[in-house]
Design a protein. Structure first.
Ligand code: ZN
Length: 318
């Protein structure tokens, strides 16, 4: 979508001798496979196993024009490239943060057929993006019996989390509705958001990480902030009394950051926050919409993941 590019691709294959202490095993990668312990027991009992090829292949790519074209050069499908963008999207804005010369590194299972449940469909088992001043890494993990997902090194899901409410409100004074009698316009029209009653000056928080798409005055909305959020969501906060100091278009915000304060500017019959949630620019009910919520690995999953990620980290950094 962002055009073709000339890419410098540097595929590297990392070899190590069989029995290397840091060698990741299939056990670490596949806690759900009960047969793997038997298999490795058998392998251990066999003396003088010939040196095996490294189970992983590392590929580093320098971005010349766009992540998409660089990812294709690194050998991933457009679908896999999209899933990587999604996994990094809570931390990296691919339209703004990437610059020519930034690089990323992908670690692939050499033969995905060995353990088809480990990052199947050509997905890398680990990925690192190097933005010059910062780097971000993600690791694939599949819970036994579950579907796989990318996690950060500390075991947090890469799916960006959303909060349900932007304020500690007292009550919903007007619900989301396809047809309601508008008290200001005196006619029936859809109510594209919810009204949350709160005193003037109550802090309004971003419900997810995002970028300021609009900050200013709009007819009806009064003082309004619109944020673009991950996964094609956007959020709108209207009738504000004032904006957070220095808030400007294009600024990155994090979940929970104060972006403004409740007021009654624009067409408002009293102090409240008019809050809209849009997905692909279509209004959805912010109180009932399915939202990505915070998720971190726990217990045995966390331990399995940690050993797997530690092993893969050496492939990312080399
Ligand atoms: Zn409203």
């Amino acid at each position: 979508m962002l055009g073709l590019a000339v890419i410098a691709v540097t595929p590297r294959s990392i070899e190590y001798l069989s029995g290397h202490a840091a060698a990741p095993t299939d056990d670490a990668l596949d806690p759900g496979n009960g047969a793997s312990s038997t298999a490795s027991d058998a392998a251990a009992a066999r003396p003088a196993t010939p040196p095996a090829a490294a189970p992983y292949v590392t590929r580093s790519v320098t971005i010349e024009h766009s992540f998409d074209s660089a990812a294709l050069k690194a050998g991933v499908s457009p679908q896999v490239a999209a899933s990587l963008v999604k996994a990094f999207s809570a931390k990296v804005d691919f339209r703004r943060d990437l610059q020519k010369g930034d690089s990323f590194t992908l670690v692939f299972k050499r033969d995905p057929g060995d353990a088809g449940d480990v990052a199947a469909d050509g997905k890398p088992v680990a990925a690192k993006i190097d933005l010059g001043s910062t780097t971000h890494t993600i690791y694939w993990y599949r819970k036994p019996g579950g579907t796989g997902s990318y996690y950060t090194l500390n075991g947090n899901s890469t799916l960006p989390a959303f909060s349900r409410y932007p304020i500690a409100f007292t009550r919903v004074s007007s619900p989301f509705s396809l047809a309601r009698f508008d008290p200001v316009l005196k006619r029936v029209r859809p109510h594209d958001g919810v009204d949350l009653a709160a005193p003037v000056g109550t802090p309004v928080h971003a419900t997810a990480t995002g970028r300021v798409k609009f900050v200013g005055w709009q007819r009806g909305y009064g003082k309004v902030v619109i944020l673009s959020n991950p996964n094609d969501f956007s959020t709108l906060f209207a009738h504000l009394s004032r904006f957070a100091h220095g808030l400007r278009r294009g600024q990155a915000v994090h979940r929970g950051q104060v972006i403004g304060y409740v007021g009654e500017t624009g067409w408002a019959t009293g102090p409240h926050l008019h809050f809209e949630l849009r997905r692909d620019n279509v209004p959805v009910n912010p109180l009932t919409a399915r939202l990505p919520v915070e998720h971190r690995l726990k217990g045995a999953d966390r331990e399995h993941f940690a050993s797997q990620a530690q092993a893969l980290a050496s492939f990312l950094s080399s």
